[in-house]
Design a protein. Structure first.
Length: 444
């Protein structure tokens, strides 16, 4: 039995009254075995971590990113026109090789782990999604992922224009791969599609049928700029959500990404159907998108997951920075009590786990659950001092940064500690990433 003992920490379990408590935590065979005020060494742990002065909380769960594009971070930052930015992004993405997608995914996973993310609902890619899976396996990362579907793409590069039959065959093969070769239970398949502007009705209905048959979550990325919204309405008539509702693809297992242009009636449609939403708030700010009605979604009971968006658009995959933005950016419009630190932490732990149907395994620190754990050491940051008698949630959301992540644990295995991601030569990875980016840009 492999045992890990975390001693002397301040535990924020995210269950019950959500109050921090001084306690020890024992992990055995990948699961939380015991939480007590003092667990003695009679348990004979293989590894002991002294968490004195640290906050110990469940691993963070984020709702969207595109790991396969991490190599391309910042490459569209100088393009101000939305349409031209998208054309450039497609050219870059269409030229990625399997090796480059693998390197990109490893880089994105390392960045996620370093910021305390232990579970990511990834958006997939049109090509080489298998390389993203292999990167997650190598680094021991918990990932929900599927091949992205899009079949209304006459203006996309030839490499991305693939028949729907071939796309569905590829998606089914990936799902079988996960089902047959994931002994640690870290990988989960999801069906991923883009919006009605780039997906025919047939594509969306097949995606929904595939999701229902395999009991997979379905992710649909909504239109992300005003010109796309106007074009879709010219071409298809009804509003985006009305079209999706008519097709029958909304529901409790459907996640809508980027609800920036959702109207109040559409918001009611989402709530009525039990659909979930994913908001990439920092990316919205960077790109000048309208901010989503996130506080209204939360107030009305719609499950909301924060996300990062594509590195092509959103930049850093920094979970703690995302929490600080979520807790502050809506206050000028909705008031100072909007999106409290407690709410924001709940969104990326227990609430995210419930939305994904994984709350039996993740989201809180409780005996029997998967040992996905993050240790945050605010003591090493002079900007977070003094800290005596300060609310733990406020400190985490308002003051913590990635430099405060002391340790990340996934399934009882330490994947980050001592400024080092386990099983990865990050210096070599960054060197490779820079070299591959030069090749991409020369080719493009």
């Amino acid at each position: 039995m492999n045992k890990l003992l975390i001693k002397n920490g301040t535990l924020l379990t995210m269950e019950g009254d959500r109050q921090p408590r001084k306690a020890d935590l024992l992990v055995a065979d990948g699961r939380i075995k015991r939480i007590d005020t003092a667990i003695d060494r009679g348990e004979r742990p293989d590894i002991t971590i002294d968490a004195s002065g640290m906050i110990v909380l469940p691993g963070l769960i984020f709702g969207h990113a595109r790991l396969g594009f991490s190599l391309l971070r910042g490459q569209t930052d100088q393009i101000l026109d939305d349409a031209e930015r998208e054309r450039m992004a497609l050219r870059l993405v269409g030229g990625l090789s399997p090796k480059q997608v693998r390197c990109s995914a490893e880089l994105g996973i390392c960045q996620s782990i370093r910021s305390g993310v232990t579970t990511l609902f990834e958006g997939g890619s049109m090509r080489h999604t298998d390389q993203i899976l292999q990167a997650a396996r190598t680094l021991g990362f918990r990932l929900i992922v599927g091949r992205m579907l899009a079949d209304r793409t006459p203006d996309w590069p030839d490499t991305l224009r693939i028949s729907l039959r071939e796309q569905m065959s590829d998606a089914q093969a990936l799902a079988r791969d996960i089902a047959s070769s994931d002994p640690n239970g870290l990988l989960r398949y999801a069906v991923s599609a883009t919006n009605p502007l780039f997906c025919t009705d047939e594509c969306l209905t097949q995606a929904k049928a595939f999701a229902d048959a395999g009991d997979y979550p379905l992710k649909i990325v909504l239109t992300t700029d005003k010109s796309q919204v106007e074009r879709m309405r010219r071409e298809s008539g009804p509003q985006e959500l009305a079209s999706l509702e008519t097709l029958g693809v909304l529901g409790e297992h459907t996640f809508l990404v980027n609800p920036s242009f959702v109207s109040e009636p559409e918001q009611n449609t989402i709530r009525k159907t039990g659909t979930r939403v994913v908001a990439n708030v920092t990316a919205d700010l960077k790109l000048g998108r309208p901010l989503s009605r996130l506080p209204e979604f939360v107030r009305k009971g719609t499950p909301v997951l924060p996300g990062f968006d594509s590195p092509l658009y959103g930049g850093r995959m920094d979970a703690l920075r995302e929490l600080a933005v979520l807790a502050t950016v809506f206050r000028p419009q909705y008031g100072p009590q909007t999106m409290t630190p407690e709410q924001v932490l709940s969104m990326v732990t227990v609430d995210a786990a419930k939305a994904l149907g994984m709350d039996d395994e993740l989201g809180t620190l409780e005996p029997g659950k998967q040992a996905d754990i993050v240790l945050v050491n605010l003591g090493r940051d002079i900007f977070a001092q003094p800290g005596a008698h300060t609310n733990a949630c406020c400190r985490l959301v308002y003051e913590a940064s990635t430099c405060n992540i002391a340790c990340t644990i996934i399934g009882g295995r330490i994947v980050y500690q001592g400024d080092h991601v386990t099983g990865c030569d990050e210096e070599a990875l960054v060197e490779q990433a820079n070299a591959e980016l030069v090749r991409i840009l020369e080719k493009t």
